[in-house]
Design a protein around this ligand. Sequence first.
Ligand code: PEP
Ligand code: MN
Length: 336
Amino acid sequence: MIVILKQNAPKQKVDDLLEQLKSQGVGIHFSEGTHTTLFGLVGDVSKIDQEALEALDVVETVKRVSEPYKLVNRKFHPADTAVKAGDGVIGDGMFGVIAGPCSVETPEQIISVAKRMKTAGAKFLRGGAFKPRTSPYAFRGLKAEGIELLLEAKKETGLPIVTELTSLRYLDLFNEVDVIQVGARNMQNFEMLSELGHCDKPILLKRGLSSTMEELLMSAEYIVSGGNPNVILCERGIRTFETATRNTLDISAIPLLKQKSHLPVIVDPSHASGIASLVPILAKTAVVAGADGLMVEVHPNPPAALCDGAQSITPDIFDNVMENVRTLCKLEGKTL
Ligand code: PEP
Ligand code: MN
């Protein structure tokens, strides 16, 4: 971290600042030029508050030269992380597909989809039991009953289940859930992230609607620093000025997150586009961009879906998606 001082900053105040920083355990390299005086902070600067420094009247500006996330940073952990749940693995050369309806609706719906997903080659079953909805009047999920139905589908197919936790007060209901999803709207629910750092289940962390890559990685850092290394990052589209699609799929985020972090990165083309006809092509694009997996919404009868029907593909289309993904994974040297 580099701190640039204001011209004519009073010496006494600068000395006080240096003493205060030294007492926080960081090393200091001081450099006095003709026009600019600055110092570099070295060592563990993770606890130094950049904004508080910038607010001081002797400080002109502060620049970070290294990333604020450490545990999820590839610099300190070069090898890819693979996250496992049941027979499903995502990362380190293993391409994992999570598929299923936006929300669990009936026993027939979830079990029929689960069987088709398994046959098609998905390694995880998804389904929302607790649904975060923009409108309080919309279907908000079957809640505890939805989790029971997912567990039945797991019994039938053996597929590990992935479902979203919308509030920590439901955590006790997630004991048998294989992967806990933190949705876009909760990506910066820091209390939730800290608590999930203490649990032994993999966490699927979706990028917030308007979150930067660094914010996503800092949220992952919350979970990993709590003691849970099993985090999967999910690019699910970000909010931009474009309204033709529900969100804008940030393709660059896939290779860039993989350069910056060792954590696996998957793509959700369903929420990224909001348009079922775009899902197959975006799924293919994700594989070529280097993703470690996909999360796809599949419904047996999309027009009748209680949530996100417009972006849900049918099991038949999903079969096609899987065929294409299989071909591309071979080219990319990934195991599906
Ligand atoms: C979901 O996966 O069902 C969901 C609500 O996604 P997101 O949090 O990305 O909007
Ligand atoms: Mn959805």
